[in-house]
Design a binder for this molecule. Sequence first.
Ligand SMILES: *[C@@H]1O[C@H](CO)[C@@H](O)[C@H](O)[C@H]1NC(C)=O
Ligand SMILES: *[C@@H]1O[C@H](CO)[C@@H](O)[C@H](O)[C@H]1NC(C)=O
Length: 408
Amino acid sequence: MKRIFAVTCLLTAVFAYYIYTPLPSTISEPWKLMLLDATFRSVMGLGNLVHSLGLIHHVRVLNFAVNQFELQGPRSSEAVRVRDTSFSGVQVRLFEPTQGEPGQLKRAVVYLHGGGWALGSARMRSYDFLCRRMAEELNAVIVSVDYRLAPDAHFPQQYDDALLAARHFLRPEVLARFSVDPDRVAVSGDSAGGNLAAAVAQQISVDSSASVRFKLQALIYPVLQALDFNTPSYQQNRDVPILYRPLMARFWLEYLDGDPSFVQPMLANNHSALDLTRAAPGREKLNWTRLLPPAFKRDYRPVAPARGTARIIEEVPALLDARAAPLLAEPEVLGRSPRAYVLTCEHDVLRDDGAMYARRLQEAGVPVTHDHYGDGFHGCMIFAFWPTYFSVGERTVAGYIRWLDQNL
Ligand SMILES: *[C@@H]1O[C@H](CO)[C@@H](O)[C@H](O)[C@H]1NC(C)=O
Ligand SMILES: *[C@@H]1O[C@H](CO)[C@@H](O)[C@H](O)[C@H]1NC(C)=O
């Protein structure tokens, strides 16, 4: 009996040690986040182990876990008809509300899910729930795009898939088939999906052949640049789950098909060092000492090494491509982009990507609503559905849908 007690105590201690992560006191529901983070870290650790043994790419392990527990078929309800189909060869899940009078034109949203261009799916439970809820509450048609993922696909394939599906849907005859009002279509996405949404919105707004353009873009904690991994939010949140700094650099390198050994020099900003003239125009567009409000900048210092590693940008030129990093777009392109909603979270390395983009859009004359959640963390919006429910998840979803409802 004593021995069982001792073993139980030991296991509990080990478990608590594994779960426990010191978190900022202002974060939403810290214990739940620790549990979520421990689950993530376990799967990541397993992925890294089999990856280092040369067995399976670590992203496949993560995706396998996601597919086992998270994917669900296209189940329709009384209020929303759900089906999987393809738009110009790109897989999409469609959510069509059944309410409303026949022939009455509806609003629509093209949605791009997050997951570092490598994970997730429109068929994942959380994205299915989110899009279902949007279809129901907005009485809008939602097109959730299943673009191809790393490591099977690399830039520009994810972007091309997103653009292809969006262009297909925006064709007047397709919108007519779904009874969608061509003047009331938005593009939206979270995290890497926010990156794709911003890039697609830019491209379609400067495309002279497009007869229908997006009215709005709604970007949820988007990832928008890979030249500065030391913005104040990257510095401040380096130890905050669930999107750690090296993981973000790794997602970028996988998306852009760069050498994984570049993670460390990139975290030191060696790829955008002051002696690299090619990176200079990019550095200026994400100059956070100018673009961020004092409450975000605090006392953080820019990290700008005098000498860097030229090889990184030579081998990964897409680091400077605005289709991959929409924050690098020229002011003329930004000025033609649709009215924007940008959601950022305080406890997120990507907070400043979103804040800088909001500011640059405003400087280019685009009206922007910037919603900042002081207790939010990266990814919180998809944790608004059972079994991973966070109060900040529910508040971000409700605020986002409210903005769409009032502006679309
Ligand atoms: C960054 O570049 C400098 C100069 O080339 C080099 O000495 C340093 O080791 C690099 N840092 C990392 C983390 O690779
Ligand atoms: C960033 O902006 C500050 C203040 O406007 C300026 O002094 C600095 O030279 C700029 N840095 C870059 C890299 O453009």
